[in-house]
Design a protein around this ligand. Structure first.
Ligand SMILES: [Zn+2]
Length: 323
């Protein structure tokens, strides 16, 4: 065994990394998510807006002879506006699919839009970003093209990834439209839905090889936890307590990734420097902003969708609940 560290990847390998992964049919963005999104746009009281596009270079196999062809694929990025958007009602944001492989987020955001959001529309204005990273979603990848982690990317104006660029300008535009761009006025809260699944073990290994960030997965957490800014602890508690009340496991280890666990809540001040998260982007426009993490070492695409979706739905409901 050599002690030598692996050579970091050459630039060219980062560039071809994305296109070499195939689209997984059960996750095909255009075939499985877009029809549901478009159907929501037909409903009364729901406004479907395209806020951008993401274009990916990908490889498709031709049937005869098994040769491969390089294609450019463009996916439309969508958000839903649910409610009358009158000024008296607070605005809440729900986002899924920051990390494409974490399927529970987009599926929960969609299900919430399809089955529950309209019930809250008499009291709240709700904005739902259904799937921030459609390319990584359909290939079950954490990273987007160039092996960029959308949730570590810069914002507002210096983002490298097209997904973060589109999201940042879209939230900014929404703030301008609804609140006149006044920095003293903010939306009520945002929640970005994430998972820590089985695949993180392999990703962590590849990260080490690439010379990037490594996770601390010696103790794989189990259940839901929430990351919150310190001043948002009250709403954070309401969210995580609702997850528990609905019967889902909340992570009960004393510490998580080296930070104290406050009954299912990790506080930003105790996490050390954290850059480029979608929750930080939202926080520039919202009073409170959260990230959910539903963790399970057994979580794969073979896991029934409901197991991944229901804890996230409970967190979303917690954000709106009166208790
Ligand atoms: Zn994630």
């Amino acid at each position: 065994m050599s002690d030598k560290k692996p050579e970091p990847w050459p630039k060219e390998r980062f560039e071809r990394w994305y296109r070499e992964h195939p689209v997984i049919p059960s996750r095909d963005y255009v075939k499985t998510l877009v029809p549901r999104i478009k159907a929501l746009g037909e409903r009364e009281g729901i406004e479907l807006e395209k806020y951008g596009e993401a274009t990916y270079t990908t490889v498709s196999e031709t049937v005869e002879g098994g040769t491969s062809r390089i294609n450019r694929v463009t996916h439309e990025l969508y958000r839903l506006l649910i409610g009358d958007f009158s000024q008296e009602k607070p605005v809440y944001i729900v986002a899924g699919g920051t990390h494409g492989y974490e399927k529970g987020g987009p599926l929960a955001a969609l299900k919430f839009a399809e089955e529950e959001a309209s019930r809250y529309a008499d009291r709240f204005n709700i904005v739902i970003y259904l799937c921030l990273s459609p390319g990584p979603y359909e290939k079950e990848l954490r990273f987007t093209e160039g092996r960029i982690d959308v949730n570590r990317d810069a914002f507002l104006d210096k983002a490298q990834s097209q997904e973060m660029q589109a999201l940042a300008s879209s939230v900014k535009e929404l703030h301008q439209r609804l609140l006149g761009g006044d920095p003293g006025r903010k939306f009520a809260a945002a929640i970005d839905l994430h998972e820590t699944p089985f695949m993180d073990i392999a990703i962590d290994k590849e990260n080490a090889e690439v010379g990037g960030e490594t996770f601390e997965l010696e103790i794989f957490p189990k259940g839901m936890f929430l990351i919150a800014f310190d001043e948002d602890l009250e709403l954070a508690n309401k969210i995580i307590q609702n997850v528990r009340r609905e019967g889902h496991h909340v992570v009960d280890d004393d510490t998580l990734y080296g930070s104290p666990n406050h009954d299912g809540v990790l506080l930003m001040s105790e996490m050390g420097p954290v850059k480029g998260r979608v929750r930080q982007l939202f926080k520039q426009f919202t009073t409170a902003s959260f990230t959910t993490e539903y963790c399970d070492e057994q979580l794969t695409d073979q896991t029934p969708d409901a197991e991944r979706v229901e804890p996230q739905m409970a967190a979303i409901r917690g954000m709106f609940s009166d208790r």
